[in-house]
Design a protein around this ligand. Structure first.
Ligand SMILES: N[C@@H](CCC(=O)N[C@@H](CS)C(=O)NCC(=O)O)C(=O)O
Length: 200
């Protein structure tokens, strides 16, 4: 497998997931900050963005889709409730909540967009925070004792939200982040990301 990646980007969530899965993979650096990723990479992802994944003949993009694919592709890692497992419904809900609600809520905060709960698909920053707070309060993970790919995608959103997105400190969300930060796979992914950033 090959992960198309750039340091300090959304590709870090898939890097973390690959570290959780523990199967061999390689990193392919994409220079997203040069202004031109090149025609060859646009064959992989017409948006020119990272992450993208290559697995045999498959090339695919969009972090949430890649995470869903990888969770199912390696059932032995135990990171995704199987098809037909009732837990899969909630699992998918949280898997998509990261891109669908957390990301735009951070953008709302960062760019000072006027909240518009009714019209905005993510509700608003405050309702996303309240929902998240409730979801992670019991813990340790979103599905209770079961750590899943959804924790990786939500967890990366929480990581960035606490760093620069105005997420509240000192409550359930920060405690959840503390549990995530203790995972060796996340520590390895962040170390790889830092090493790659230094080498850039
Ligand atoms: N919807 C995409 C967003 C990916 C994305 O925005 N990636 C940024 C890096 S964090 C990127 O590649 N930007 C370069 C560009 O747009 O040219 C996903 O969730 O995977």
């Amino acid at each position: 497998m090959k992960l198309y990646y750039a340091p300090h980007s959304r590709a870090v969530s898939i890097l973390w997931l690959l570290e959780e899965i523990g199967q061999p993979y390689e990193l392919a650096r994409v220079d997203i900050r040069s202004g031109d990723v090149g025609a060859a990479y646009r064959q992989v992802n017409p948006m020119g963005k990272v992450p993208a994944l290559e697995d045999g003949d498959l090339r695919m993009a969009e972090g949430a889709a890649i995470a869903t694919y990888l969770g199912d592709r390696f059932p032995q890692a135990g990171l995704a409730p199987a098809m037909g497992d009732p837990a899969r419904g909630r699992y998918l809900q949280w898997l998509f909540f990261a891109a669908g609600c957390i990301e735009p809520a951070i953008a709302e905060k960062l760019h000072g967009w006027a909240p518009d709960r009714l019209r905005h698909a993510w509700g608003d920053f405050d309702s996303v925070i309240a929902t998240l707070d409730k979801a992670v309060a019991a813990g340790p993970w979103l599905l209770g004792d079961r750590f899943t790919t959804a924790d990786v995608m939500i967890g990366m959103g929480v990581h960035w939200g606490l760093m620069f997105g105005g997420f509240p400190k000192g409550g359930a969300i920060e405690a959840y982040h503390g549990r995530l930060a203790a995972r060796p796979a996340l520590q390895r992914a962040l170390a790889i990301d830092e090493r790659e950033a230094q080498a850039a």
